[in-house]
Structure formats: C-alpha cells, structure tokens
Design a protein. Sequence first.
Length: 184
Amino acid sequence: MADKGGLQLLPETRKKIDIKIPGENRLILIGIGLVVLVLLFAGGLWMYSNNLTDQISTADKQLADLEAQRDKKVEQNLVTLSKQIVLTSRILEDHIYWSTGFSKIESAQQSNVQFKSLSAVLGEKSIRVRALSDNYTTIARQLAAFVADNSVKDVSLDSVSTLTSGKLDFNIKIKFDETKFLKN
C-alpha cells in the first residue's frame, strides 16, 4: 500500500512533529529580568552614593565656613571664664558667714551681759568672749543660752573675777560646729 500507481499516500517513516509551546524560553526571560533588576539596583545604589557624597561635600563646606567664622581668642576667653566660674562657685559654696555666727551669739546674749571683747579662731572652731555681768545667775543663764543652740558643741567658763564696781568679769570659750554655725 505504500505505492499505488506511483503515488505514495502514507509515509513509510514517521517524522517528529515540533510544536512550539509559548513560554518555552522562560529561563532566558527570567535571566534577562534578573539582569535588568540587578542593573536597576546597582544604578539606584550609584545614585544614592552620589547623593551621600554631595551631602558630605556640602557638610564639609559648611563646616569649613563655620571654622573660618570662629574667633579662637574669644573661645579661649570663654573657656577661661568657665573655669573661673567653677572656681568661684566652689569658693562661694565653701564660704563661711561670720555674720551668721555673730547673729546667733547676739540672739543668745542675755540683757544684763555686756561684751568687752570677742575673738574668733576658725582653726580651733571657737570663739572667746570676755564680758561683764551683774551676778552669777546671769552668767549661768548666758552659758545655758549658748548651750541651747544646736550649732554650739561646747561652752566652757574659763574664769570669773569680781570688779571694784561690783560687776563680774568672766571669760567664755564657745566651741562650735562650723557647718551649722557659720554657713548658710
């Protein structure tokens, strides 16, 4: 049957029929897409890098302008002033106020006591008072008034002597707590 009148109707061998399926070149298209994405990403990073470089150069220029405007002598004077303020504030914090101590002595002074002399020694943290009084009771009240102050540590009566006028001459030594007695 292969040959009827010189005509062959059916082929004796079969040939492969190629059918084109859409998407057969999918791997090539994916590869091209990835290359395009990588190129776009690299371009974006390049543009970002250029933008950062521009920002750095602008900041450097501004910094150079500020550096040119600086007055180093004035800055040095400000640093010196700052150090002096720190020292001054420390001195003021450690400052003693004798007026505070004297006002405490004045408020504790009895009405019948007359001070003849008053001397203070900060190193000993003491005040020596020489005074006149009418009687021993007034001296006792005066000692009690000094002891009643919480800034006074100790009061001692050094000597008492009678004057020809009938008054009593006495010496008192007052030891005080410096932080309570002399500081605000």
